[in-house]
Structure formats: structure tokens, C-alpha cells
Design a binder for this molecule. Sequence first.
Ligand code: PEP
Length: 262
Amino acid sequence: MKQRTLIVGNWKMHLNVQQSSLLVSRLHEHIAMHRDIEVVLAPSLLSLQPISLEIDRRKFRLSAQDAFDADEGPQTGEVSFAMLEGLVHYSIIGHSARRIYFGETLQQVRDKMQACVRNKITPILCIGETKQERLAGETRRVLHDQLTTALTHLTAAEVADLVIAYEPVWAISTFQGEKSRPSDMQQAFVYIRDQVEALYGAKAAQAVRVLYGGSVDAHDAALYLELEDCDGVLVGAASLNYKQFSEIVNQAHVLNIKRKND
Ligand code: PEP
């Protein structure tokens, strides 16, 4: 483990401002400050501003779930990464819900990555294959295409700083929600790092943080976190439950202590 373990909660399109605020106060009560863990909350866009005033920034960081790639313009209804600068530390980009529900293309994801970095926000790039693609033996090709296109305009230093979440679409609760076998995921993490190394060198490949996402909960989080190349987890449904989410953070910390003592 090179850096702090990253635990990201994606609240998707759930919780209004009051409900988000309540969840934040519960998380504050139940999550202790751990120097080895970075906890990131991704509430709806509307809740980001009020929550930013409520959180202890030593304990939690904020992430957007998406934003528009132009910094400003006539795109009515959109919010740009430029507008989020200073408010969030991270932004999720290319989430499968965006790719599937909104038809987000590889090129749009690439442009969002560039806009995100341009505005000093660290991308959490989501990549992953669908069930059909997996069955057709296309997992590597899909990961390769999603990754290489998304990183096109970034420098090695920018790539070193980013977060890549491997989220097989079939494992996400919103879609098929099939539980993956944790040990099977290690191959994908290695493949992702190998691709980064081929494009940006060993330093970037070592530094880039690779997360797992797909129906992770307090029962199985540790099984993913203990994989050699897993730097953290991106949690959807279970992050809406403060007990589950706090427990995941706690397990990550216990695992790090165990690793240190081994
Ligand atoms: C997600 O939204 O990125 C996700 C992984 O969701 P879930 O944990 O609910 O499958």
C-alpha cells in the first residue's frame, strides 16, 4: 500500500439536502479520524455546498458525481468543473450510469477528464465492462479502450495523481448487482496498472490509485481491500447506510494496522 486507503461513497441521485446533512452528521459520529484512510463523500450536486460547510475537512473530502466539460457557456442546466473548483477535491467521471443512461461516449469522458484536471480537481475515472462484454471475452479490450481514450490529453504527472475505479457494470447494484469473486478482480487491477505503465511509465503506474466498485458492503469490503493492487473501494448503495459505511472505513483501518504489523 503506497498511499492512504481511499473509501468513496457515491450517494448517486439519493438524499435531499436535509437527508444528506443528517447522513453527514451520523458519519461524523461514527467515523474516527484515521491518518491511513481518506474518506470521500459524493453527494448530489445540490448538497455539495451546504455539506462543505458542515464537514470536518480533516475527516472527509468531497467529490462531485459528474460535471460538464466546457468551463462556461450556453449549456443550460449544466454545471462545469470550473464552478466546482475549490468546493470539491475529486469528481467521479465516466460512471457507468452516465455511460449507459446518458450515452456518454469515450470522447466525452476524455474531455471531462481534461476539464477536471484543468480545474484542479482530481478525477475518479470509472471503467468497467458490461456482462455481455465479459461473456464475449472482451473485458481487456473494453478496459483498454476506456482507459487509453480517457487519459489521452493528460501528462504522466497528472495520471500519477488520479484515481481509477474498476467497476464491472454487472456487479453494480443498479444494474445486475452480481457479486464478483474478489480474487478474480486482482487480474483487472494488474491489467489497469500495466496499461498505465505502458503509456506513462512505471512511476505513474505505481502512484495511480486503483479502486474496486460493485455492490461492496461491510460484509465483503475487506476481501477487496486486502487484494495486493487495490487501493480502496467505491461504495454506492451501502454508503447511504451510515453503519455499513462506517464499518467499511473501520475495516480498512484494521486491515492497514494488520498489514503494518505483519
Ligand atoms: C457505484 O455507484 O459506483 C457503485 C459501485 O454502486 P453499488 O455499490 O451500489 O453497486
